[in-house]
Design a binder for this molecule. Sequence first.
Ligand code: MSP
Length: 483
Amino acid sequence: MSPKKPLFISTAIPYVNAKPHLGHALEFVETDIIARYNRLLGKEVFFLSGTDDNASKNVEIAEAAGVPIKEFVSTQAENFKKLLQDLGCENNDFIQTGIEERHIKGAQKLWNLCKKGDIELRKYKGLYCVGCEEFKTDKDIVNNECPLHPGRILQEIEEENYFFKLKNYEKELLDLIESNKLKIVPETRRNEILSFIKGGLNDLSISRSKERVKNWGIPVPNDDTQMMYVWFDALSNYINALGFAENSEKFQKFWENGESIHVVGKDISRFHAVYWPAMLMSAGIKTPDIILVHGFITSGGQKMSKSIGNVIDPYDLINEYGAEAARYILARHVSVFEDSDLTKESIKEYYNAGLANGLGNLVSRIMKMATVFGIKLDKYTKLNVAGPDFSFDESMNSFEINSVMNFIWTRIAYLDGYIQVEEPFKKIKIKPEEAKNNLIFILNELRDIAENLLPFLPNTAKNIIYLIESNKSPETPLFPRKD
Ligand code: MSP
């Protein structure tokens, strides 16, 4: 990442047809960690999240609930805003694509800026998956179904639509990605995208008849029979939130002259790494710099689903263990790059091992000694004896959140071991000077661990710093053990 440029970082904007799930919580927390880390480096950061309101699946659910669609998307958005807040995320903005002028104007401006030869009106017949909000070709279909949405009937659709000639951008996209001007992380996802492009790009249908989408969406400029394809408008949310429509200073600063990162799940990497840059190139706008593609959370080895009964609600975690613990589980025990499995049982084990018996217990032991010895640490020096070869910044800049968390917990284990060996609480009676020196070293290390923890567990980190600086023991355990 660039050391100086202002940073724009975004989550994907979730569909609002259901409540937020643990996958959304993961993406929010990962994005917040990267945003906080960069703010701590002194960079100006703009962290954006929002909702994807214009999808047909939102309309289906609103109709079934008997609620007008505008009202439905607005109410649902509150759940996502609340989850961000309840997870301690410091997003700078939240865009709602169904109801905001800045989005409507921006999406239409982007459409108008696309090169005339890139958009074409054509008749099309195909099978549409409402789950993916995408037309499927023969190679995507297994047993007459979309494998990502089994049980959902594919809709046979024939109508006149606008098409975006993706083919025109095959070469430019390959250059962009191969040169790492657009960096796709991790490498495996980059390779997937490269082979997808090399396999040949089909033109993309970017509009729907107004009738079919029940008049819900962003109208295509100068054609009152068509609405934009939801992915066309949704992707433009990133620049619209920055004020692209009026070419604002914020847009210039964070997008055109800044660095941008989109954090997205593996199912939507293609939309972000192929369609979105192609649309931007056509419109003469800067392409994003980094697409960070995370894996999926499964539960008990299976996709989380209501019918299997293995869905973990993010509030199961927040209400039982607290927001900081939820961030800990998601940052340490869910791989950034691969799929990971969580169950209610494994969550409890992780909590007890890493937080109740690990960090929480360590802070209590140390602060008890510090208050008894009366030692207050005003200044500290970075020592980092547990992992001198580990580069925190290098790992953070390559988004290796799990490795960084493991490194911090190595430091915690090292400090635990140090106390065990040196036994300053016993030594204080016979060799008080040595015991005090031991404790100064311990406080130094703990202070530095707290510094490391700031992007991940910000409130816990600040609390530890406060306890050390004011020479206080925590009144109640930071992380009470759960049985
Ligand atoms: N609306 C689109 C995104 C448009 S971005 C311009 C969408 N919404 S979603 O609600 O289905 O997904 C939102 C994000 O959550 C995506 O990045 C998706 O990959 C991620 N996840 C959905 N299920 C997930 C898991 N089970 N685990 C981890 N992330 C998951 O796609």
